[in-house]
Design a protein around this ligand. Structure first.
Ligand SMILES: NC(=O)c1ccc[n+]([C@@H]2O[C@H](COP(=O)([O-])OP(=O)(O)OC[C@H]3O[C@@H](n4cnc5c(N)ncnc54)[C@H](OP(=O)(O)O)[C@@H]3O)[C@@H](O)[C@H]2O)c1
Length: 261
């Protein structure tokens, strides 16, 4: 199991703590549900829900067997599904916190009539939709769940494996292979010069989850761990009922996928 060295390190750091690792293909809502079911059966409360699984879809749109585009499934739908599933346990915590590490503060206008990008998919559109839908859903959820802190963080450039793990598909030609290698070299240099280490970013995420600075409500947090106060496009979306529309869309997607199972 790939996580074994991390698990060993955690156990070494705190031998009295009970660590349980659940492995799941979380681009699939059915697997998210199965993992949450195990958590629900084992725990009485959830204090912190941290979510950062994701990928950069530079090779183009890829669809899960449930019909969701992979990047949006990981960055948005699976994370929202996990929240909805675990809300009963979050409500049992004295100070429940939910953190999605993605792109908070960088919301953009979306294709409002094509939220899941059936007609308008592009790398940028997938990132923009996951970002804006997360912030709008967090506003909606914060109204419905007044005890819970919903935090949407943009971590900035972080020296993780997210770029290195992109590999050109076997079917791709030499032009795309060379272009991808060139992009990765440029990004690796930029990361080296200006990126945060993954250790620093990890410490910041722990701070976001535990600091008294972030109480109940919906928050957008930047790479310096400061609240983003400029509403940007969110103000316009709020006037148009954006949080409700995005949440209704999300619920419909959940219903459709569950009905097919
Ligand atoms: N790094 C940056 O500079 C940066 C900047 C802005 C935003 N972000 C966002 O921050 C988030 C975290 O990025 P990162 O840099 O930490 O990425 P990363 O190093 O590539 O880690 C991504 C994690 O997602 C997991 N994952 C990916 N696909 C999965 C799947 N289908 N099922 C289960 N787990 C899956 C991976 O698990 P395995 O290890 O088991 O494969 C890995 O632990 C992403 O949403 C990213 O868009 C990152």
């Amino acid at each position: 199991m790939r996580f074994t060295p991390h698990l060993d390190r955690l156990k070494g750091l705190n031998p009295t703590c009970n660590f349980v690792f659940l492995e799941a293909e979380i681009s699939l809502l059915s697997e998210v549900d199965a993992a949450c079911k195990q958590i629900m059966a084992a725990e009485e409360k959830v204090d912190y829900l941290y979510m950062s699984a994701g990928l950069l879809p530079l090779n183009g749109a890829e669809y899960t067997k449930e019909g969701l585009e992979m990047c949006m499934a990981l960055s948005y739908y699976a994370r929202m599904r996990m929240i909805v599933n675990l809300l009963p346990l979050l409500r049992q915590s004295p100070q429940p916190r939910v953190l999605s590490v993605l792109n908070g503060g960088n919301e953009q206008r979306m294709y409002d009539n094509d939220l899941d990008l059936k007609q308008h998919w592009s790398v940028l559109a997938a990132i923009n939709h996951s970002t804006t839908m997360t912030s709008l859903s967090f506003e909606r959820l914060a109204k419905l769940e007044p005890k819970v802190a919903f935090l949407h963080n943009f971590p900035g450039w972080v020296r993780t494996d997210i770029w290195a793990r992109i590999t050109a598909p076997d079917s791709s030609g030499i032009v795309w292979r060379l272009t991808l290698a060139a992009i990765q070299a440029v990004v690796a240099t930029a990361m080296f010069l200006a990126g945060q280490t993954s250790e620093e970013s990890g410490e910041r995420q722990a701070y976001h989850l535990t600091s008294d600075e972030f109480g109940p409500g919906a928050w957008r947090i930047d790479a310096a761990s400061k609240e983003v106060t400029n509403p940007g496009v969110l103000e316009q979306y709020e006037q148009e009922g954006g949080p409700e529309k995005v949440w209704d869309h999300t619920s419909r997607v959940f219903d459709r996928i569950l009905a097919a199972q």
